[in-house]
Design a protein around this ligand. Structure first.
Ligand code: C2O
Length: 601
């Protein structure tokens, strides 16, 4: 049974005796020379390997090796592949895991022109250089910053925020705290200005993996502290765009005042107030106000509650040192996060790359970005309180010890680790408490009962023409829906069994051009694509356009959707198979490698 997540720190797994000779030369020394790193990377990318800590005949100095030569694999050294660690037996295969270490902070002296800018765009994203780096220390005693909902603040707050942003824009352009310098932080970490230390052929990328939440949390933390410093108010806190509540679903008014420092010209014209945000935005559909509110709440429920019962479903896939590409985003990163970026950026006939919000390289240039991301960050805090035994931060050291560099409010370069940002109170801030209308927003099934009836009558479905056999994959999704019948590994499990293992629908081998705002939705047992406000909606795949190093932009990713609750809601838990419908929501082709269902603990 596949298990792609372990919550125990330093968990050890007993493995059979390992022949060291062919594997260990690569891993003698953990601090590697670049040429070593390249070789190591080859091993990482194609073949799994076993830590050198495992030796034949036991090892007195190494508690991980017993006298029978049975190595206990140090959890720190295992990066779970897409399919996960398939138990002890699975270790006999060669593809299941690889050696890994947490991402190291970038080497600023090697920062370069971003390798991943849209065609025709020239910009530099490197911060000023400094070789004096201090390690982050949580403040001992600091005034608490309370981040408010953006639509509900008073004019005094708006004036203050506006003034702070104005001063930030007015700082010397080489001051790392300057507004454009802050915007470049995003570009540098997301568009390939930094090579991974030890892996110069690989870029650092903080999206589409478990680095997404912590990186942006740190980024906003320093941005906020700088603003506070500029107006001499250490209690200043960024507003959050409360798009998960009907009263916050418009672009917050403070950002739309054209004479404010919070205004950005490069935004969607169409989506100015009173237009309501579409948390599952695609250029393909128009909805009424009430339909849109319903759909937004249902997207929230799916991203935060029913579809996010396991940490890796919520945070996204592991990303460690040597990770080659973007392994896969978590629920909230996909929707609403990505959808709101695309919704907020300019229409493409005005700005071909969807600037500013709609493209990674430019997103940080819009003050709205930080307001959007404050709400994304708030979702991390909320997710841990939504209930269920598994809603906890990831304890894998590859997550906890991943490190980044930021300039702080005193223009000092600070090295931070993920482990220091898990609790926002320790960073000195919390969020204003507001109602969560999506929390119990269970949707009604749309079609399932009707389909069941047809099935029992032996009537063929009208949509059989769209059906693709699993053996026909890979297939390309272009402008019309495709459906496939997928067998379930088991059916009719007890409540306890469902708590123990989540049923996860895996859409794998997804290939697309990362420069395009590709999107598709996934429905189960419903071939009418009825909108996200029905129980059959399982989730959505979306991309904020960005480019990777040449040749790397078509790397494959997989989409993992937790569906245990959904199958209960649509009354399909006793069925042996389900119909999976993939509905294209952009006009860009996407290749789908295959579909399967796994049980994940
Ligand atoms: Cu770094 Cu919302 O993207």
């Amino acid at each position: 049974m596949a298990s792609f997540f372990l919550t125990q720190p330093l968990m050890t797994t007993t493995i059979p005796t390992i022949s060291k000779a062919s594997l260990c030369p690569f891993f003698k020394n953990r601090s590697q020379t670049p040429s070593n790193a390249k070789r190591k990377n080859k091993v990482l990318s194609r073949r799994s390997s076993i830590s050198c800590m495992a030796r034949e005949g036991g090892d007195q100095k190494n508690p991980n090796i017993d006298s029978n030569g049975v190595g206990k694999l140090d959890r720190r050294n295992v990066l779970f592949g897409l399919g996960g660690l398939y138990g002890v037996a699975g270790l006999q295969g060669s593809e299941q895991f690889a050696i890994a270490e947490p991402l190291l902070p970038p080497d600023l002296s090697k920062c370069s022109t971003p390798s991943g800018l849209p065609q025709g765009i020239k910009t530099e994203c490197c911060p000023p250089f400094s070789d004096e780096i201090i390690d982050f220390k949580p403040p001992l005693r600091a005034p608490l910053r309370v981040r408010p909902a953006a639509h509900a603040v008073d004019s005094e707050y708006i004036a203050k925020y506006n003034e702070a942003t104005k001063r930030m824009r007015e700082l010397d352009e080489n001051d790392p705290r300057n507004f454009m310098q802050q915007a470049k932080v995003h570009c540098a970490y997301c568009n390939g200005s930094y090579d991974q230390v030890n892996y110069p052929e690989l870029d650092i990328q903080v999206h589409n993996s478990w680095l997404f939440f912590p990186f942006h949390r740190w980024y906003l933390h320093f941005y906020e502290k700088i603003l506070g410093k500029l107006i001499d108010d250490p209690t200043f806190a960024l507003p959050f765009w409360n798009w998960d509540h009907p009263s916050g679903m418009q672009m917050p008014a403070m950002f739309t005042n054209k004479s404010s420092a919070l205004y950005d010209e490069k935004r969607s014209n169409k989506h100015q107030p009173p237009s309501i945000v579409d948390l599952n935005f695609s250029t393909k559909d128009e909805k009424s106000y009430q339909e849109q509110v319903n759909e937004n709440l249902s997207v929230m429920y799916q991203s935060m509650v029913s579809g996010a019962k396991l940490p890796l479903l919520f945070f996204g896939e592991p990303y460690s040192q040597g990770s080659e590409k973007e392994p896969g985003a978590g629920t909230v990163e996909r929707t609403p996060h990505t959808a709101v970026h695309i919704w907020g950026g300019s229409e493409r006939n005005r700005e071909p790359n969807g600037e500013d919000m709609g493209n990674f390289y430019s997103a940080g240039r819009d003050p709205l970005f930080y307001c959007h991301h404050a709400n994304v960050d708030r979702m991390w805090n909320l997710w841990k309180t939504v209930g269920g035994p598994k809603r906890k931060d990831i304890k894998d050291p590859d997550f906890l010890d991943a490190a980044f560099l930021f300039y702080d409010e005193n223009a000092r370069l600070v090295r931070v680790k993920v482990r220091d940002c898990l609790d926002t109170k320790r960073l000195g801030y919390i969020y204003e408490d507001v109602p969560l209308p999506w929390l119990y927003k269970k949707q009604k099934p749309h079609k399932s009962k009707y389909l069941k009836m047809l099935k029992s009558l032996g009537v063929a479905r009208a949509s059989d023409a769209k059906r693709v056999a699993l053996s026909d994959f890979p297939v390309t999704l272009t402008d019309s829906m495709i459906t496939a019948v997928v067998q379930r590994p088991t059916k009719g499990r007890s409540k306890e069994e469902k708590e123990e293992e989540e049923e996860v629908l895996v859409i794998e081998g997804i290939e697309f051009d990362k420069e395009l705002a590709v999107k598709f939705d996934v429905y189960i047992n419903d071939e009418d694509a009825p909108g996200a406000d029905k129980s059959e909606f399982a989730g959505s795949f979306g991309n904020v356009p960005h480019k990777l190093k040449p040749g790397a932009q078509h790397s494959k990713v997989s989409l993992k959707l937790g569906i245990s609750d959904l199958l209960d809601d649509v009354g399909a838990d006793d069925d042996e198979s389900i119909i999976v419908a993939l509905v294209p929501k952009s006009n860009y082709p996407v290749t789908i490698g295959g579909i399967k269902i796994e049980l994940v603990s």
